[in-house]
Design a protein around this ligand. Structure first.
Ligand code: F6P
Length: 323
């Protein structure tokens, strides 16, 4: 293997820069030429490759977002799109790729490698959602949880001052990992997760107990993918029941995707980036590098995408118990 490429794809996440820095430097220190592909699969199809040197990734470990930019690319879903991408890679002579992204990125990579087996692809899990099997933490998750925690702490100050009931929506289209951890970390009165059936009656009892009897503020953290709908919908339903309550909704949104990555994020992302290049040098392909029990672990793309990660039941219990 002489030339490798790296790209970031799908929703950006804090720590992607740290990961790509590690890929570039590990590659160069192992005598590889390393190219950055701009805007994920879109740039691959368009041939937007930039040769990277050690300096090109200096001073980025602390920055959120991704210097290579990111995109969701419809053209790569088509056979023609993938063929164009293959021809562009061949033109430059690239034989190995590190893909930093989520399930959509790995699904594309898996299909591509089946069609063009001479290009080896290894993945690093980049998404704030933490929804990939084969890793305890995805790149961006820890930072997103800390950002949500910080925001909820602030909301709590104002909620307390007015004895208000707040529904705070955090990201997680299909999963509730950010909701669960930020809820525990902020002592939320309830956390609504897509993975668990929302017991509406229990929620009402909880609100009644806390608000009516103690006359104080309440924070309910809602994952955007919760079955009752987002925070606005839940607030509307609950509002019908408690007409006299002062209810507010706060949707944290994309604030959770940006910002300086935490120390844990930077270290894990760098470690996974280094391991991805090592995997390519060993001739491995079609695997995602994850962190399991504080060690790097390789999981096939197929498993990472298809297998369902199970939510830690002890953390769910903890959230209920301490609310
Ligand atoms: O994939 C991460 C995620 O943050 C989801 O939780 C969220 O629903 C989605 O991205 C929103 O992304 P975008 O606005 O880029 O479509």
């Amino acid at each position: 293997m002489k030339k490798i490429a790296v790209f970031t794809s799908g929703g950006d996440s804090p720590g992607m820069n740290a990961c790509l820095r590690a890929v570039v430097r590990t590659g160069i220190r192992n005598d590889l030429e390393v190219f950055g592909i701009m805007e994920g699969y879109k740039g691959m199809i368009a041939g937007e490759f930039r040769q990277m040197d050690t300096q090109s990734v200096s001073n980025i470990i602390q920055r959120g977002g991704t210097i290579l930019k990111s995109a969701r690319c419809k053209a790569f879903i088509t056979k023609e799109g993938r063929k164009k991408a293959y021809l562009q890679l061949k033109k430059v002579g690239i034989d190995g790729i590190v893909a930093i992204g989520g399930d959509g990125t790995f699904t594309g990579a898996d299909i591509f490698m089946k069609e063009y087996p001479d290009i080896k692809i290894v993945g690093c899990p980049g998404t704030i959602d933490n929804d990939l099997y084969g890793t305890d933490f995805t790149i961006g998750f820890d930072t997103a949880v800390n950002t949500a925690m910080d925001a909820i702490d602030r909301i709590k100050d104002t909620a307390n001052s007015h004895n208000r009931l707040f529904f705070v929506e955090v990201m997680g289209r299909d999963v509730g990992y950010i909701a669960l951890r930020s809820g525990i970390a902020t002592g939320a009165e309830a956390v609504l997760l897509p993975e668990r059936h929302t017991d509406y009656d229990r929620l009402i009892t909880e609100i009644e107990k806390n608000y009516r009897l103690k006359n104080r503020s309440i924070i309910v953290v809602v994952a955007e993918g919760d079955e009752m709908g987002g925070a606005l919908k839940v607030a509307k339903t609950v509002g019908k029941k408690f007409k006299e309550l002062d209810i507010r909704v706060s949707i944290l949104g994309h604030i959770q995707r940006g910002g300086r990555p935490t120390a844990l994020e930077r270290v894990n992302a760098s470690w996974m980036g280094m391991e991805a290049v090592k995997a390519l040098l060993e001739g491995d392909k079609g695997v995602m590098i994850g962190m399991v029990n504080n060690k790097v672990k390789r999981t096939t793309f197929e498993k990472a995408i298809k297998n369902k990660k199970t939510m830690n039941p002890y953390l769910v219990e903890l959230a209920h118990l301490l609310a």
